[in-house]
Ligand binder design. Sequence first.
Ligand code: IVH
Length: 671
Amino acid sequence: MITKEEAKKRIEKLSKELEEHNYKYYVQARPSISDYEFDMMMKELVDLEKKYPELVSADSPTQRVGGAITKEFKAVKHDYPFLSLDNSYSREDLEDFDTRVRKGVAGEIEYVCELKYDGVAIGLKYEHGKLKQAVTRGDGEQGDDVTANVKTIRSIPLTLKEKNFPDKFEIRGEIFMPHKIFEQINKEREESGDPPFANPRNSSAGTLKMQDSAEVAKRKLDCIMYVMYAKEIHFKSHYESLKEAKNWGFKVSEFVAKCRSLAEIFEFIDYWDVHRKKLPFDIDGVVIKVNSYDQQKVLGFTAKSPRWAMSYKFKAETAATILEEITYQVGRTGAITPVANLKPVHLGGTTVKRASLHNADIIEKLDVRVGDTVFVEKGGEIIPKITGVDLKKRPAQSHKTKYISKCPECGTELVRGEEEAKHYCPNEWGCPPQIKGNMSHFTSRKAMNIDSLGEETINLLYEKGFIKNIADIYELKKHKAELMKIDRLGEKSVSNLLAGIEESKNVPFERVLYALGIRHVGETLAKKLARGLQTIDAIINASEEQLTATNDIGVEVAGSIKSFFHEKKNKELIERLKNHRLQFESIHSTQSPQSTKLTGLTFVISGVFTKFSRDDLKDMIEQNGGKVVGSVSGKTSYLIAGENMGPEKLKKAEKLGVKIIDENEFEKMIK
Ligand code: IVH
């Protein structure tokens, strides 16, 4: 058994080494050990911290996995105002900037050019080399404390390297989401019926404000630093500050250039205007800063921005072409998207034939008409968009676009909620793309995973009248003989199809719940709901308060769940699916405890665990007759402590003499 003194030393050593490997992997992209070795060291640290929870520090590498829940982000006043940058869009603007700078300060001027990252600005405060607080920009005077979420970003050091940093300083930079992660998240959102994020910037902002930091950890945000503030700084220029920040362990832009003339600045801009397309993340321009701190001081600030810096925004790539037709798409949720069908045009390396027109308001605002010459733009968005009309080229006989009032697929009168940008077709039970879309979602891999029943087969069986809703899928076996007569199917594929459908009856409840396609209930939420409320009946009968007690479920989502189950047709569908024996209860049901080993005992679970999830532990306690409560009191029998647990809870438990155990000890209790 390792003594506390020894554990302390080992924890310190492991923490230091893990942070170093983390740095090598995420900042330098040059790992020197294998993932396995890294995981083993992390496991050792987790185990030690579990044994001695009082030795867990706020900057332990174990904090990276998240687990802390923030219900409301605390407002924090900035120590230094959070300024923005003056924007320029043309070379003339930059020439004016250079002239102003040269008028303002005497002597040679050196500029630093760097990339303008398109994400969310963040201020990180460090004291004695430790990350103390991370605050968003907010309104410039005060922002939100998002420390727990920011700690999960691997490229942000929790403890600094080297020793020559000021005791107290703030460093600011941009949190952003690499393209690959962005695409993955949007795919998941579309699968759960949530509107996709328009661009990686919105996606980063949304992620940073999530309540559950373990979810943030999964989103793999990145962060690059670009400005430093401290009362006493020992270096003399911005360039040096970046170099030093890099030595302390921060990720700073590797693409910086010192420039002495406008010509050199333009060269940097031109290079990046072309090469930005190859970067794995978005930039929207270049930032030009006066390098010398002394000169910066002389130039000073306006109310909003420094006079020593200027951003140059890249023009989004645009092309002009003819709008040939506007068509309307109906999504799985009934949302209508107007689509511009264009005369094919070359834009940013691809041929564009279609562009999104978003909604009725945008069409109205731009007054786009069929036959118009329109400007198409490819910005940070995934699908190109129409940004304007060349009115000079408008044909004499053009007609104002009249937005459709009926669904193009089923003819139902469209509706539009007061706050909604989009029109919806309310005929969810009779509108073919909605029905087929719902069935495709139901059979998709992350839902019921019936891969023998993909989109094409669904279309076929729907057109032939075999399936009209998800419950019909389970009645297909009655029609085996007829199915085999369909040209495109044949005996083998029908057998496969039916076997896949049977197999899906074993899919666990949380995925069945996701498969139902309740608006806003994605994979993660379905899991939380299934684990929290255990059975479909409990979810159907849950009050709004019970629903919102689950993390990440707000009033809107609770409302969507309630209205889904309020619908008679949905109730009927669920009854039919129950009769077909799909899983409508979590396997670890609280309904009937399987043992009484823990009867009469009350547990508090805190922190993050390696073997089990918090929900697993809760299930295990309840299955054995125990009770789980949220906060430590005199009545608590045990505190099950994981990594990253709240220090307050620990203190309280120690004060009240509550027994503190880890997940292994707990496991022994019920074995
Ligand atoms: S310096 C006082 N450098 O752009 C100067 N900002 O439009 C502080 N940004 O608020 C900003 N890349 O969120 C600076 N290399 C860079 C940047 C950058 C992106 C963002 C930042 C700022 C906004 C201003």
